[in-house]
Design a protein around this ligand. Structure first.
Ligand code: SF4
Ligand code: SF4
Length: 395
C-alpha cells in the first residue's frame, strides 16, 4: 500500500487555505496559550482567575442575575462532566488529557492491520463512522507539522514536555461538533457555557471511540481535543470551512457555531482539499464581532502578522485577537464568552431555506447587501427565556 498521492504541494495548499506564513514563523509553544498562562504567568493571573476556575467546581458563589444563578452554573458544569473525568484521570502524572496532552489510548493497536486498497473508500468509511459516533462534520488532511505545538505542558509544574507521539503519523482527521443554537444565543452567561461544555464532553467520547475503531483495524490513532496542535489550520486544510475575523472557522453547515477535535493517525486515507468560498471577502467588509466584543479584543483592520502578546503565534499573517484582554473578560464573568460567535451573521440555522439564500448572497459579489440584511442579526436571548422554553416544552 502506498501513501495517497492526492495531497497537494504545501504552497498550493496554503494558498487555497488562505494561510500566509513568513520567515518569522515559529511553531507555537502551548505553555504560552492563555489558559495555560493563567496557571503560571503573573501577568495573566488575578483574583478573578482563581474564581473563574473555582466556579467550574461550584466553589465560587453563584452571582445573582439572569444567566449567572446557581442553575446556570450547575448546568454548565454538568455539561463539562465527561470531559472533566477524562482530562483529570492522569493529573497526578502531569498529563491533562484533551487539553495539555493527547487523550491516552485504552485500546491496543490490533496486531494484523487491515489491508487498505482504496484510501478514498477508507476516508468515506471513516467519515461515516465519525457521524455514527456523533460528529457533525468530518474532514481529513495531512499532518502538517507546522501546526503541532512545539511541546506539550506538564501540568505538575507547567514546564514543557515532549509530545511522545508514535512514529509515522501522517494524517489528521478533523471533527466538528455543533453547539446548541439557543444556548449560544444567550452569550454572555454561565448558562451559555453549557453549549461549550456539552461539546467538549461529546468531543472526548467521539475521538476516543473513533480512535479505538482505527486501532482495532491495526493502525495508530491518537485522540486529541485542544492539545498537541492548533486545530483551526487543520480544519481549514481539511476543507471544513474558512478562517474568520472572530478567530473561528466558518462552515457552510453551522457558520461559526461549532467546536473541533482531531485524531492523528497512520491509517491510509485520501485527503480533502481546502474549499475557499468567500468568507474572507465578507469579513473584509464586516466588523460586527470586533464591535460587539466588550473588551475590544478583536482586530478591526486587515489580517496582520504577530499579535500583542506571547499568546499569538509568530510569523502567520491573520486576524489575531488579544487573548489577554479576552481572557480577562472570561475571568471577570466566571464563564466563557462567545459574543463574537453569537453576533456573527454566519451564525444561523441553515436548515431554513431563507438562511441558505442569505449564505449564497453573502458569498457572492452581493455581500454588502447580505451584510445590510444582517444588521439586526444575533440579538441576545435572555437566559431566563431559555429556561422558560424548557417549561413550555414540559406542558
Ligand atoms: S470571546 Fe468575548 S471577549 Fe473574547 S474576543 Fe470574543 S467577544 Fe471578545
Ligand atoms: S462577525 Fe463579521 S467580521 Fe466577524 S467573523 Fe463574522 S462575518 Fe467575519
Amino acid at each position: 500500500m502506498s501513501w495517497p498521492q492526492n495531497t497537494p504541494p504545501r504552497q498550493d495548499s496554503d494558498a487555497a487555505a488562505g494561510i500566509e506564513i513568513s520567515d518569522n514563523f515559529e511553531r507555537f509553544t502551548q505553555r504560552n496559550d492563555i489558559f495555560t498562562r493563567a496557571f503560571w504567568d503573573p501577568s495573566v493571573t488575578s483574583k478573578h482567575t482563581a474564581k473563574f476556575f473555582a466556579s467550574y467546581r461550584m466553589e465560587a458563589a453563584p452571582r445573582r442575575g439572569d444567566g449567572f444563578a446557581q442553575r446556570d452554573f450547575a448546568l454548565r458544569n454538568a455539561a463539562w462532566l465527561v470531559s472533566d473525568v477524562i482530562s483529570n484521570r492522569r493529573g497526578d502524572q502531569g498529563i491533562r488529557e484533551g487539553f495539555q496532552a493527547p487523550i491516552q489510548n485504552d485500546t491496543p493497536v490490533a496486531p494484523d492491520p487491515l489491508e487498505v486498497e482504496d484510501p478514498a473508500r477508507m476516508s468515506a468509511e471513516v467519515k461515516r463512522i465519525a457521524e455514527f459516533f456523533g460528529a457533525d462534520l468530518c474532514g481529513i488532511t495531512d499532518l502538517d507539522e507546522r501546526w503541532l505545538y512545539a511541546s506539550r505542558v506538564d501540568t505538575r509544574d507547567f514546564s514543557e514536555a515532549p509530545h511522545d507521539l508514535p512514529e509515522g503519523l501522517n494524517t489528521v482527521i478533523v471533527l466538528g461538533h455543533e453547539m446548541e443554537a439557543d444556548l449560544v444565543a444567550t452569550y454572555p452567561s454561565a448558562l451559555a457555557g453549557a453549549a461549550t461544555g456539552r461539546e467538549y464532553s461529546h468531543e472526548a467520547s467521539v475521538v476516543m471511540q473513533l480512535a479505538a475503531y482505527i486501532r482495532n483495524l491495526g493502525y495508530e490513532a491518537v485522540p486529541s481535543m485542544n492539545d498537541t496542535g492548533l486545530v483551526i489550520p487543520y480544519a481549514v486544510k481539511a476543507g471544513l470551512g474558512e478562517y474568520a475575523r472572530n478567530q473561528m472557522v466558518i462552515t457552510p453547515e453551522y457558520g461559526p457555531r461549532l467546536r473541533f477535535s482531531k485524531i492523528f493517525t497512520n491509517l491510509p486515507l485520501a485527503h480533502d482539499a481546502p474549499k475557499p468560498k468567500g468568507v474572507r471577502a465578507f469579513c473584509d467588509i464586516c466588523t460586527k464581532c470586533a464591535e460587539a466584543c466588550p473588551v475590544k479584543a478583536l482586530p478591526f483592520g486587515p489580517p496582520q502578522e504577530g499579535g500583542s502578546n506571547v499568546s499569538a503565534i509568530k510569523g502567520v499573517r491573520k486576524w489575531t485577537s488579544n487573548a489577554e484582554k479576552c481572557f480577562s473578560f472570561w475571568a471577570k464573568m466566571a464563564s466563557d464568552c462567545a459574543i463574537c460567535m453569537r453576533v456573527c451573521p454566519f451564525n444561523r440555522d441553515y436548515e431554513k431555506p431563507v438562511n441558505r439564500l442569505w449564505l449564497r448572497l453573502a458569498l457572492s459579489r452581493f455581500r454588502k447587501l447580505a451584510l445590510r440584511l444582517a444588521e439586526k442579526h444575533g440579538t441576545r436571548l435572555k437566559p431566563g427565556d431559555w429556561w422558560a422554553q424548557s417549561q413550555k416544552g414540559s406542558k
